[in-house]
Design a protein around this ligand. Structure first.
Ligand code: PHE
Length: 357
């Protein structure tokens, strides 16, 4: 071997060493790579052994070449040792289970909850994360809040859309949670972000999909410059969170006197993913949410200037949502007090198969 060949060999070895060290992801792999190149049994060590085979006057130069290569590979090793150690330290911190033995233990949740309550809690959490507060309103309501303030004057045909239980006092059982919109606007003014879950009543004939007592969640967001796109974004997120996966949404025109424009929001069918099945009546879509932009008259009734503020509102059918989520086919099961319909803590997000009555 002459000096030229040695130089070539060393250059090749340095390249190999760099590649092997770069590929090392753990200290163990790094040690193996280092041993292959450095140390007595490594490639460079083996070349050191060839020193004597060179002419006397060449040996000094050969020694320098070998030492320089040895130094460079040693430096490379140190560099990669630092890299591996610091990335391992970062991984250790990220994956460390922070265990504080002085913290009180976590109480297991006792008892089971009604499917409607389970979904209500879930929705409250989703909206609280978006900065909404949770409001409630009375179930026994004034005609003014249930109808008039919501742009439904006396004798308006829209009153017939909701068959009302009238009380002897002239008050009524609220037919929807929308009266809480007015109460919240009056109480807090604008900007405003509230949801209002609660029980509603309508004089309906009972069947598998109609109840005279059911739950809704009202939603209301008012601020400067709120538009339909804000509404779509919030409702899309709501559906994604409740069902735990991406579902498409679409808007159709819908009429409610307290919104303008008004919409019905549909989501792609859970069962057939939009292909069309018996549940979605072959349309691929399921109607879930009436919604719209708050009518200026409603803002005014709530004491808010419609020239300065706009907002959107929606009325989520909580009972229907709970039925969809937990696979309950008959709405009447929910008001029967049937313990089999309850959701145990372990199944808070899974389906509960309740038999129909
Ligand atoms: N309150 C309406 C109903 O019960 C639903 C709704 C709420 C529609 C808010 C639009 C906006 O039918």
């Amino acid at each position: 071997m002459d000096i030229g060949e040695l130089e070539q060999k060393l250059a090749g070895l340095e390249q190999d060493a760099a590649r092997a060290l770069e590929a090392a992801a753990s200290l163990e792999e790094w040690r193996t790579a280092r041993a292959r190149f450095l140390g007595k049994k490594g490639y460079i060590g083996a070349l050191m052994g060839t020193l004597r085979s060179f002419e006397r006057e060449q040996r000094a130069q050969v020694g320098q070449l070998l030492n320089a290569a040895n130094r460079r590979v040693t430096e490379l090793c140190a560099e990669h040792e630092r890299r591996i150690k610091s990335s391992q330290a970062a991984a250790d911190v990220a994956g460390a289970e922070l265990f504080d033995p002085t913290l009180p233990g976590r109480r297991p949740r006792l008892g089971s909850v009604h499917p409607v309550t389970a979904v209500q809690w879930e929705i409250e959490q989703i909206f609280q994360r978006l900065g909404f507060t949770v409001e409630t309103g009375p179930e026994m309501e004034f005609e003014y809040y249930n109808f008039e303030a919501l742009n439904i004057p006396a004798m308006h045909p829209a009153r017939d859309m909701q068959d009302t239980f009238w009380l002897k006092s002239g008050m009524l059982l609220r037919t929807h949670t929308s009266p809480v919109q007015i109460r919240a606007m009056k109480r807090f003014g604008a900007p405003l972000r509230v949801i209002a879950p609660g029980r509603c009543f309508r004089c309906e004939t009972l069947d598998a999909s109609h109840e005279n007592t059911f739950h809704q969640v009202e939603g209301l967001m008012i601020d400067r410059g709120i538009s339909v796109s804000h509404m779509i974004a919030v409702l899309h997120l709501l559906i994604r969170e409740v069902f735990g996966r991406e579902l498409k949404v679409r808007l159709r025109p819908g009429f409610f006197p307290f919104v303008e424009p008004g919409f019905e929001l549909d989501m792609s069918c859970l069962l057939c993913e939009g292909k069309g099945c018996a549940t979605c009546k072959r349309s691929g879509w399921i109607e879930v949410l009436p919604c719209g932009m708050v009518h200026p008259n409603v803002l005014r009734a709530g004491g808010i200037d419609p020239h300065e503020f706009t907002g959107f509102a929606f009325g989520l059918g909580l009972t229907r949502l709970a039925m969809m989520k937990y696979g309950i086919r008959d709405i009447r099961v929910l008001n029967l007090g049937d313990l089999r319909a309850l959701v145990p803590p372990s199944r808070m997000s899974g389906p509960v198969i309740a038999e129909s009555c």
